[in-house]
Design a protein around this ligand. Structure first.
Ligand code: ATP
Ligand code: MG
Length: 158
């Protein structure tokens, strides 16, 4: 169904901000205007939960996580960015493959199955969007995804 994206995103960010145990600051860069997205809210929640848990997992003590979205044509471009350890250039597309983890040592110490971003890619593509990462080793990682939007909540004529 149609949901207002800022409100939907903010609820997820709030839930993580209230329950996090790390000393990591959340910074929100969210437009006020209403953009409606036609999404499966459970699935999109799962996608965003995974991206935020990854960002928290790899954030240093005292780090920041930035949440934002911008508008490009008929698509929203959402970004979640951390200043963690980053991902080597040659692996930045592989993290969306099933069971892929950047290195064994990291995988052992951090837990998880390596499925989170593979599922995220399937779900974002099923919604007509794309997902990708930009990362600089030792500097941080930004995950981007896009979703088509409408300016008005669509009428349901059923
Ligand atoms: P799961 O999500 O199934 O619990 P996971 O977090 O290891 O396990 P993905 O979410 O698919 O799996 O992420 C795949 C890999 O990409 C991670 O193991 C990690 O190596 C790397 N990765 C993902 N997000 C980040 C990030 N924000 N910073 C650094 N590395 C990341
Ligand atoms: Mg994960």
């Amino acid at each position: 169904g149609f949901v207002e994206f800022n409100k939907f995103f903010t609820q997820i960010i709030d839930r993580f901000e209230m329950s996090k145990s790390q000393n990591v600051e959340f910074i929100r860069l969210l437009p006020e205007k209403s953009y409606f997205v036609d999404i499966d809210t459970d699935k999109l929640t799962q996608v965003i939960d995974n991206i935020i848990s990854n960002a928290l997992k790899y954030s240093p003590d005292g780090g920041n996580i930035r949440f934002g979205f911008t508008v490009h044509g008929n698509m929203l471009r959402v970004m979640i960015s951390d200043d963690g350890m980053g991902i080597p250039k040659e692996n930045v597309t592989k993290i969306f493959d099933r069971f892929y983890r950047v290195d064994r040592a990291r995988a052992r110490s951090m837990g998880g199955t390596g499925l989170g971003l593979a599922i995220a890619r399937e779900m974002i593509e099923a919604h007509g969007g794309k997902i990708w990462a930009e990362s600089e080793e030792g500097q941080g990682t930004t995950i981007f995804f896009t979703l088509p939007y409408e300016l008005d909540e669509a009428e349901d004529w059923e």
